[in-house]
Design a protein around this ligand. Structure first.
Ligand code: 13P
Length: 250
């Protein structure tokens, strides 16, 4: 069965709750494409109003982070049942910005992935290499390691439902997109390592996104690659341009 494409916006630390509602209302008609799963990952404080604002549309709401404990003395953190209580379906785990600025590691990523599955929240699991790693020729080794640790103790049935986002760090917010061949090479390697950890059926089912300066001009070429099943879009997800990305096939 062909994998359904999944195109997610990552709003990062942008938009107040009232701005979020205005943006959703602006984008709603532009992202109406039932052939694609459309997700808006918004700041935690916007989740509640965003869930209300997307009612009746094809948009699902995701969080940008979540903690790996159920509840307790973790000031400032968001518990998984706080997300499910609102109707949040997705959560970004281990974005490179969280790894760089908030000390997330492959091990905390793994704990969060397991916790998300426990609560039936689909994790969008981020991986990606730095420019130095790419220049040193260790991209594939690095990504394989990130994936192997992220999926420790994750069952095949869970892995089939996961989304992986390959985001080369040097392409994030830089306007420098990986070429479609560079992106495909790594996404294919990710599918291969999933096949090694699990089996062919799991590798065929899992969806792998590309992220890093995806825009209306490059989306169609990236999304035409056999192992690229969607996009995780930063800057362009805050603009009407996101509608063109979601409708890349029209
Ligand atoms: P940009 O699309 O702004 O490069 O951001 C990509 C990203 O980090 C999405 O998670």
């Amino acid at each position: 069965m062909a994998r359904k494409k999944i195109i997610a916006g990552n709003w990062k630390m942008n938009k107040t709750p009232s701005e979020a509602v205005a943006l959703i209302n602006e984008l709603k008609p532009l992202v109406a494409n039932d052939e694609v799963d459309v997700v808006f990952c918004v700041p935690a404080i916007d989740l509640s109003v965003a869930i209300d604002a997307v009612k009746g549309s094809n948009i699902e709401i995701g969080a940008e982070n979540m903690y790996f404990e159920e509840s307790g003395a973790y000031t400032g953190e968001i518990a998984p049942n706080m997300l499910t209580d609102l109707g949040v379906k997705y959560v970004i785990i281990g974005h490179s910005e969280r790894r760089e600025y908030f000390a997330e590691t492959d091990e905390t990523v793994n704990k969060k992935v397991l916790k998300a599955f426990e609560h039936d929240i689909t994790p969008i699991i981020c991986c990606g290499e730095s420019l130095t790693q790419r220049e040193q020729g260790i991209t594939i080794d690095w990504i394989r390691q990130q994936i192997k640790i992220a999926f420790l103790n994750v069952t095949a049935d869970q892995a089939k439902k996961a989304v992986i986002a390959y985001e080369p760090i040097w392409a994030i917010g830089t306007g420098k997109t990986a070429t479609s061949d560079q992106a495909e090479e790594v996404c294919a390697a990710i599918r291969q390592v999933i096949g090694e950890i699990y089996d062919d059926a799991t590798a065929e089912a899992i969806r792998i996104q590309y992220g890093g300066s995806m825009n209306a001009g490059n989306a169609a070429e990236l999304l035409a690659k056999p192992d690229i099943d969607g996009g995780l879009v930063g800057g362009a997800s805050l603009k009407p341009e996101f509608g063109q990305i979601v409708n890349y096939n029209k």
